[in-house]
Design a protein around this ligand. Structure first.
Ligand SMILES: [Ca+2]
Ligand SMILES: [Ca+2]
Ligand SMILES: [Ca+2]
Length: 251
């Protein structure tokens, strides 16, 4: 896959999401309801900030020592492009080889660009991609029992993560963004039933939400043409299962 294609695939969904975040959508709540909502949102934001980080993948799965390594030359240029590491394990008394790690040179330039970690049962726990082929990883997809749990993306390839996506039962529930691309989160997008429900902003640099946009997706749909036309341009694609090849930043 070319750098341009990867860039386009990754940029489009994120541009759509960014566009959504710019749509203001505050309903005229009563004062009491607004205060209650603020308290709820603050509690949610605090809970998110204090939540323990998910368990990291076992990095030793891609350590070749003690493992059987199988090399595959996909494009027949006599150089390997895919490496599979197999760990020996006992299954009901019988020694078997289980795939522990897969590394891939996607663009055949002799540098690896993709790393896939597997647990002892063969489920993918982590996929890493170097999307711009500069030797540094830019996209991480963490899975539990094979299901996407969270994704992290360094969208501008400067070594700092800019976008974090969180999933529950493979449904997108939250996106956190560092809008200044400095690694500091200042935008929190909350999704309910696959729809963008509200966006919290840290406008003062405290690390806490101090401004909310509510129902931004409904506001965007309300501004869309009457029924019979095409779908609103601002409506994000419904979550779908991740493709087996990169990039998988947008679900
Ligand atoms: Ca490569
Ligand atoms: Ca990179
Ligand atoms: Ca970055």
């Amino acid at each position: 896959m070319t750098r341009g294609l990867l860039g386009a695939v990754i940029a489009l969904p994120f541009a759509l999401s960014l566009g959504l975040s710019l749509v203001a959508g505050c309903a005229a709540d009563s004062k009491e309801a607004k205060t209650a909502k603020d308290a709820k949102d603050s509690a949610q934001a605090a809970a998110v900030e204090n939540a323990p980080k998910p368990v990291e993948a076992d990095r030793s799965r891609c350590d070749p020592s003690g493992k059987k390594v199988v090399e595959i030359d996909v494009n027949k240029d006599t150089r390997a492009d895919v490496w599979k590491f197999f760990a020996s394990t006992l299954d009901q008394g019988t020694k078997i080889d289980v795939l522990a790690c897969k590394e891939v040179d996607l663009n055949f330039d002799n540098h690896k660009d993709m790393w896939v970690y597997y647990d002892a049962q063969g489920n993918i726990t982590l996929e890493e991609f170097d999307l711009d082929f500069d030797g540094k990883i830019d996209l991480w997809t963490y899975r539990q029992l094979g299901k996407v749990q969270r994704q992290e993306l360094d969208a501008n390839f400067d070594g700092k993560t800019d976008i974090w996506k969180f999933y529950e039962n493979e449904k997108l529930v939250r996106i956190e963004r560092s809008s200044n691309k400095n690694g500091k989160i200042d935008v929190w997008e909350y999704y309910e039933g696959g729809k963008l429900d509200r966006i919290g902003y840290d406008t003062t640099g405290t690390g806490r939400v101090d401004k909310w946009d509510r129902g931004p997706e409904e506001a965007a749909e309300g501004a869309a043409p009457a029924p019979g036309g095409t779908a609103p341009a601002a409506a994000p694609a419904a979550p779908k299962s991740a493709p087996p090849t990169p990039p998988t930043a947008e679900q």
